[in-house]
Unconditional design. Structure first.
Length: 573
């Protein structure tokens, strides 16, 4: 158990004891919250419970704080406790409580900071990217690719059971328009007059697909039935784009456990006695009285479940809306046994949330849907907006960005801000190999530690060495950590001690961007320590070994943090 959790338990016990002793009275006890003081001179942890009790208890918060402090049980890791200011309770930990963090990290290694949930395993489905298979991924898809996998890694580390899913929008009119667009380019390349249909796809990639068909089949489809040709080209183009999707997401480090086809929502299934998932879902809604007909269309009574108005499921011409597929898809995800459904959407889909949530409420799952909305990515080069790709003259694709910038920098910059904020991504800044580039700065801290360990153990500068084994060669098991007393050493220990709480809270808030900030702070504190405290040239062998242990723990926490973000932790740079 972390010192924060232990302290919270002790404060809770002291609050109960003070209430039983009649020091003050409360109708309802507040939650015990602890935070890091901004000024390290005010201790390692601060508690504001006394100030939050004051109004209800009708008592001075300092008196309440003193009563709680007087009732605190003995604690072997607390050096002293003070009441400060208007009623803060400040805790100062003993040196060994901080020094023991090093041992804990080095024992637990990549499991450091892992949590468990109070109510047992929670099954979470995170669905992200979910691009239409009618064109290449754009920069927004790149942001969802980074965010979805980092959120999944973060929540797993916090104790959730997470499943990653890509929903393929492969059904409907837009797919047919894609097929007709390829057909137009195919005919044009064979010298025929043809026009891309209204609302079709004009990108150069469509020409590439058409050329691939010519390379395979020649002019076989020149005189074919128009509809048959569209079907053939639609399916060829679909497979072509899906291969690109799978290749780029694999390259980027995404691990989708399911690629769910929208088409399958409309295909008969043995699971539903020969009905399609869509038919099954519609029957369920109809039996509940949540569907009705008006103006020859079929409507869902979404206004009864928090939406601003009812929504059309099937239009008057018999065509189903996009919403119809989402109705069946989200219901099916719940039937697959997930407790929480997290969808990552672009901010322009904000108005769509209420209607999908309404479906789940109608099916008996209120509150099951969480939608994370992400803002746009604005691309710059040396501070100037980048509108078009130099190679194609069209939009810069996600693939082009990682080709130029690299996976690590792309991931880091895409994750550096809250999803509520747009990202200004400067290509040249992301490519810099110096301390002004935050991902380089963080990775350099890790690489610097690896080099120290290699040098001390007498190993050459090779990649992919077993750094845990090398650390064991030069750091004895009985290393004397009590020698670590410099303020910059304690600052590193405190920062590592925050990691477990960071994981729990960032996972709860679905906020992996906080880990980029944490990595920056950890790297900064390490570089300060490195400047202030000689390691390999420490005054004594024992102090050198203790400082190497501190470095090794920092290496492990940095690698774990970057790993959750999907970013590599290089051993040399």
């Amino acid at each position: 158990m972390q010192s924060r959790e232990k302290l919270a338990e002790l404060i809770g016990e002291a609050l109960d004891a003070a209430l039983q002793a009649g020091a003050f009275s409360l109708d309802q006890k507040p939650e015990i919250a602890l935070e890091r003081p901004r000024d390290e001179g005010h201790g390692d942890w601060a508690c504001t419970v006394a100030m939050r009790c004051a109004k209800a208890a009708k008592k001075n918060p300092r008196e309440i704080a003193q009563a709680i402090v007087s009732a605190l049980p003995e604690c072997d890791f607390v050096e002293k406790v003070e009441v400060a200011g208007p009623g803060f309770i400040n805790f100062y930990l003993k040196n060994d409580a901080l020094q023991n963090i090093i041992s804990t990290v080095r024992t637990q290694k990549g499991d450091f900071g892992k949590g468990t949930l109070d109510n047992g395993p929670v099954k979470v489905n995170i669905e992200y990217i979910s691009a239409n298979p009618t064109g290449p991924m754009h920069l927004g898809h790149g942001r969802w690719a980074a965010l979805g996998s980092a959120m999944a890694n973060l929540m797993r580390h916090a104790g959730y059971d997470v499943f990653e899913e890509f929903y393929v929008n492969d059904h409907g009119v837009q797919m047919d328009k894609f097929g007709y667009s390829i057909a137009a380019r195919y005919l044009q390349q064979l010298g025929q007059d043809a026009e891309v249909p209204e609302g079709g796809y004009h990108g150069l990639y469509v020409n590439d697909i058409a050329k691939a068909i010519i390379d395979r089949d020649g002019d076989k489809w020149l005189n074919a039935d128009e509809h048959d040709r569209m079907i053939e080209f639609r399916e060829f183009g679909y497979a072509y784009i899906m291969k690109i999707f799978r290749d780029i997401t694999t390259r980027f480090g995404n691990h989708f456990e399911r690629w769910q086809s929208e088409r399958e929502m409309y295909l008969p299934s043995d699971e539903f006695d020969g009905k399609s998932p869509f038919e099954f879902c519609m029957n369920e809604l109809r039996e509940k009285g949540d569907l009705y007909e008006k103006d020859d269309a079929v409507w869902f009574r979404s206004s009864q479940y928090g939406d601003e108005k009812d929504r059309v499921i099937r239009k008057a011409d018999g065509a189903y809306t996009y919403f119809a597929s989402d109705v069946a898809y989200h219901y099916m995800k719940k039937l697959r046994g997930f407790d929480i459904l997290i969808d990552i959407w672009g901010a322009d889909h904000h108005g769509y949330i209420a209607r999908v949530a309404a479906v789940l409420s109608a099916m008996g799952y209120p509150g099951a849907l969480e939608v994370v909305l992400g803002q746009l990515v604005n691309l710059f080069r040396n501070g100037k907006p980048v509108r078009m790709s130099k190679r194609t003259g069209e939009m810069v694709t996600f693939e082009e960005l990682i080709d130029e910038v690299g996976i690590d920098a792309t991931r880091y910059y895409m994750l550096s801000r809250s999803t509520e904020q747009p990202i200004d991504f400067d290509i040249e800044e992301a490519k810099k190999q110096d301390a002004s580039n935050p991902v380089y700065y963080d990775q350099y801290a890790h690489a610097r530690i690896c080099k120290m360990l290699r040098d001390e153990a007498g190993h050459s500068d090779e990649d992919n060495l077993d750094m845990d084994a090398i650390a064991s060669e030069c750091i004895p098991e009985d290393v004397d950590l009590s020698l670590l007393t410099d303020p910059s050493e304690f600052a590193l220990m405190r920062k590592m001690g925050e990691f477990g709480d960071l994981i729990a809270l960032a996972a709860r808030d679905r906020a992996p961007f906080r880990l980029t900030h944490y990595a920056q702070e950890l790297a900064s504190l390490f570089h300060q320590f490195y400047t202030n405290c000689p390691v390999l040239k420490a005054d004594t062998v024992e102090l050198k070994q203790a400082r190497l242990a501190l470095c090794d723990a920092t290496r492990i926490v940095m690698a774990t943090t970057l790993g959750i973000l999907g970013i590599s932790a290089p051993q040399r740079m």
